[in-house]
Ligand binder design. Structure first.
Ligand SMILES: [Zn+2]
Length: 78
């Protein structure tokens, strides 16, 4: 029986440090506007073996569109 979750989900990956396939622990590395970056760490030595991006629903698209700068140039005049 094979379970699939749509995106690739690894339970074991080859670890060059351990020189064998190791169980991996998935760790949330970074939250991006477009999704979440997950990292797969070797359960044996903790090496980073793989990364994957999980695209989630757009949380706030308006935030990315905002330039973040105040409207018009500002000068410090006295
Ligand atoms: Zn390892």
């Amino acid at each position: 029986m094979t379970r699939q979750f749509g995106a690739f989900t690894a339970s074991e990956l080859y670890c060059p440090k351990c020189k064998r396939a190791q169980a991996v622990r998935e760790k949330l590395l970074l939250v991006l506007p477009s999704g979440e970056l997950h990292e797969f760490l070797c359960a044996g030595c903790g090496s980073s073996l793989a990364k994957r991006t999980v695209s989630g629903p757009p949380v706030r698209a308006a935030r990315a569109a905002a330039p973040g700068a105040p409207s018009g140039p500002r000068r410090l005049l006295r």
